[in-house]
Design a protein around this ligand. Structure first.
Ligand code: PXP
Length: 244
């Protein structure tokens, strides 16, 4: 089976740091350990309200780590200006709503096609790979393929939130079908949101998915295990899913 990359979202390290307004825990320090534990990339979401990651974190981490930087951002001019200065390897465009606790759903590409198309072209022009965060809906994926997105990050949040096995299977099937659909359209497939050690295996089994981004569950488990072990634990599950 092909390789599956693991991007570690370190937003919640910054959430904890900001709770006291000091320097600890340091997202830079965690990014370095994540890299040495086998993370294939570091993902950060610079929110418009700066509730966790700050601009300074982005630039320090970009300077220090060697693995790929993925910047999650709202599709705005202001965020484009920051991406232009940072030059991450990739940007993942996400909808943003100040009242939400975390990203609640995928983008509605169909509603804002023109703006998104312009932004994607501008990002690609400066060498940044662009993914768009979408719910597993074929119409949205088709629309994304028409506005030059390089890749789709499928929102696994609804799958992750299902309690019943039947509903989980229904959501998993949607993700499997949409991953194949993306692949057939020539789009790279990523996945993320709500993934943890209990639900990641079935997602990691989907061969078309090339990257998953995980934040909250890995940072939460690091309180018990330490960040190094928490990342290695996730890497091992992904490896088992991909190779057995
Ligand atoms: N992918 C995207 C696009 C996200 O917005 C988030 C949350 O910031 C994640 C992945 C990671 O989600 P979680 O923290 O639930 O693992």
């Amino acid at each position: 089976m092909s390789q599956l990359s693991l991007g570690i979202n370190i937003d919640h390290v910054a959430t904890l740091r900001n709770a006291r307004g000091g320097k600890d825990p340091s997202p830079v320090h965690v990014a370095i350990i994540a890299e040495s534990a086998g993370a294939d990339g570091i993902t950060m979401h610079l929110r418009e309200d700066r509730r966790h990651i700050h601009e300074k974190d982005l630039f320090l981490i970009k300077k220090i780590i060697h693995s790929k930087i993925n910047l999650e951002m709202a599709p705005t001019e202001n965020m484009f200006n920051i991406a232009q200065k940072l030059l991450p390897n990739s940007c993942c465009l996400v909808p943003e709503n100040r009242a939400e606790i975390t990203t609640e759903s995928g983008l509605d590409i169909i509603k804002q096609k023109k703006n998104l198309h312009n932004l994607i072209l501008k990002l690609k022009n400066i060498g940044i790979k662009v993914s768009v965060f979408l719910d597993p809906i074929k119409e949205q994926i088709l629309a994304a393929s028409k506005i030059s997105a390089d890749c789709i990050e499928i929102n696994t949040g609804k799958y992750a939130n299902q309690n019943s096995l039947i509903n989980k299977r229904i959501e998993l099937k949607k993700i499997q079908n949409c991953s194949k659909y993306c692949n057939d359209l020539g789009l790279q497939v990523h996945a993320g949101h709500g993934l943890n050690i209990f639900n990641v295996y079935d997602i990691a089994k989907i061969e078309n998915i090339k990257e998953i981004n995980i934040g909250h569950s890995i940072i939460s488990r690091s309180i018990i295990l330490g960040i190094f072990k928490s990342i290695q634990e996730m890497k091992n599950i992904i490896y088992m899913a991909r190779n057995t």
